[in-house]
Design a protein around this ligand. Structure first.
Ligand SMILES: NC(=O)c1ccc[n+]([C@@H]2O[C@H](COP(=O)([O-])OP(=O)(O)OC[C@H]3O[C@@H](n4cnc5c(N)ncnc54)[C@H](OP(=O)(O)O)[C@@H]3O)[C@@H](O)[C@H]2O)c1
Length: 430
């Protein structure tokens, strides 16, 4: 072995040098290389005889060197490492604390919902909750059942509807929770539901229009499915159930709107144009929510003096299946934990609709928009009475409530935007 090879080997061997005095005692002072290691010209220290032992890593503090001397260099590094580790640990702890604090502030100020303070009981009253089998609707129905109401879950799936009715009966201890079939995308189904309801239920005190979609999924309809489910179906249902609501006044209609209404725009020349692709769907969702707010406004005007009042309720951003139902599984998996962290629970989302349904003394605010259990101002597009009247008339046609609607449905609603409503029903009057 040449002298250079020997020196290189000595440098590589752990503990293969003379330690600088005091290194271990002052971990922050770094060893001077020429003091800590052997001189490049010095021969490599002899390895101890006996069985080969794998050198200890420097992560093992206090490991003796192969020559039996105290391992000053690893000890010093361990000291420095410990200090660095401590500093890093403290930094991490501080960061985690700050993050947690910020999250708690965010949660209590923006995510958690203001609770509905009304303590009113609902014994002897009947409520219909559309889409009451999941999300906000299920939590709303549960609270109404807890307060003693008879609750009809109006849902499009028998399996999901009956399962939810069972859960709610069990959790609330109220056996008066039943399922009835309602598919809001199908006007014939809306009429069948109304006929079945009116023939079997003597009362109606609360009509909660909760059901809604934000995407068409795989459905390929030749009409605007999002507007149909979110507005036209509920419009027809309100019309058909109004006599029962009036007979049981004071009674209420709650329409589940959304803050998305502020981005909505109603193009009356092609309201019923089919939508495709997520961008069109998002736009159609916002438009349908603007329709909800304008419909509530116009309904309040038409119901003045009847004892039936109505309210548009924004539940807040809620962790439900609304926007996740049709996303690919991998994206669902990715977004679910995030949604859990930053969105409110469906129970939280139910607080504003419950407030609108139960709070005493808000009758003078009929027709208004509520969020976080408060009445809120809406943008000019959602306060436009002319647009609200126009929407009402267009909705009558889309729901098949006008003569024109039954006589020549397609030609009536045909527009440059594409094909229009297919299903038209016998006309009836408000
Ligand atoms: N989540 C939010 O952040 C948020 C924000 C603002 C407003 N909102 C509004 O709150 C309401 C409830 O939404 P959610 O978040 O609770 O969503 P969700 O869990 O998806 O609930 C929607 C409900 O509507 C039902 N539904 C869908 N299409 C229907 C049809 N054709 N006929 C009858 N029922 C139908 C669904 O039934 P299936 O289970 O059978 O699909 C489900 O029960 C919606 O109107 C939504 O626009 C939600």
């Amino acid at each position: 072995m040449t002298r250079t090879q020997a020196a290189r080997r000595a440098r590589l061997l752990p503990g293969g040098g003379t330690a600088a005095p005091g290194l271990g005692a002052a971990p922050s002072s770094f060893p001077k290389p020429q003091q800590a290691g052997p001189s490049p010209t010095a021969p490599a220290p002899p390895r101890p005889h006996g069985p080969a032992v794998a050198p200890r890593s420097t992560s093992e503090p206090g490991a003796p060197g192969p020559d039996g001397t105290e391992p000053r260099r690893p000890a010093a590094m361990a000291g420095v490492g410990a200090e660095l580790g401590e500093g890093l640990g403290e930094g991490l702890l501080l960061g985690a604390g700050l993050l947690l604090g910020a999250y708690v502030l965010l949660y209590y100020n923006f995510i958690q919902a203001a609770p509905c303070a009304s303590a009113g009981g609902l014994q002897g009253k009947t409520a219909v909750v559309t889409g009451g089998n999941s999300g906000i609707g299920k939590m709303t129905a549960l609270e109404l059942a807890r307060r003693g109401a008879r609750v009809v879950l109006a849902c499009r799936s028998r399996g999901r509807g009956e399962a939810a009715a069972y859960d709610i009966r069990k959790e609330s201890g109220n056996n008066e929770v039943i399922f009835m079939m309602l598919d809001l995308s199908n006007l014939a189904s809306v009429r069948s539901f109304a006929t079945a309801f009116l023939s079997s239920e003597p009362r109606l005190d609360l009509l909660i229009h909760n059901a809604g979609i934000s995407s068409c999924g795989k459905a390929k309809e030749n009409f605007n499915l999002i507007l149909r489910v979110n507005h036209v179906g509920p419009f027809l249902l309100t019309h058909l159930l109004l006599p029962r609501l009036k007979a049981n006044a004071p009674s209420r209609v709650v329409v589940m709107a959304s803050a998305a209404h502020s981005r909505g725009h109603l193009d009356f020349s092609c309201l019923d144009r089919p939508v495709c692709g997520w961008q069109q769907e998002l736009r159609a969702y916002a438009d349908s929510k603007l329709a909800n707010v304008l419909f509530t406004r116009e309904l309040a005007t038409r119901l003045e003096g009847t004892g039936v009042t109505c309210y548009a309720a924004h539940p807040g951003p809620v962790n439900s299946e609304l926007f996740l139902r049709h996303v690919p599984a991998w994206l669902h998996l990715l977004l679910s934990p995030l949604a859990w962290l930053v969105l409110r629970t469906p129970r939280g989302g139910a607080q504003t609709p419950l407030y609108c349904a139960l709070q005493e003394g808000i009758e003078l605010l009929s027709g208004r928009y509520f969020a976080n259990c408060h009445v809120e101002e809406v943008p000019a597009s959602a306060r436009d009475d002319r647009a609200a009247r126009r929407l009402w008339e267009a909705s009558e046609k889309l729901a098949g409530l006008t003569k024109e609607g039954t006589q020549s449905p397609s030609s009536q609603l045909e527009s440059p935007c594409g094909p229009s409503v297919q299903s038209f029903q016998k006309p009836s009057t408000l």
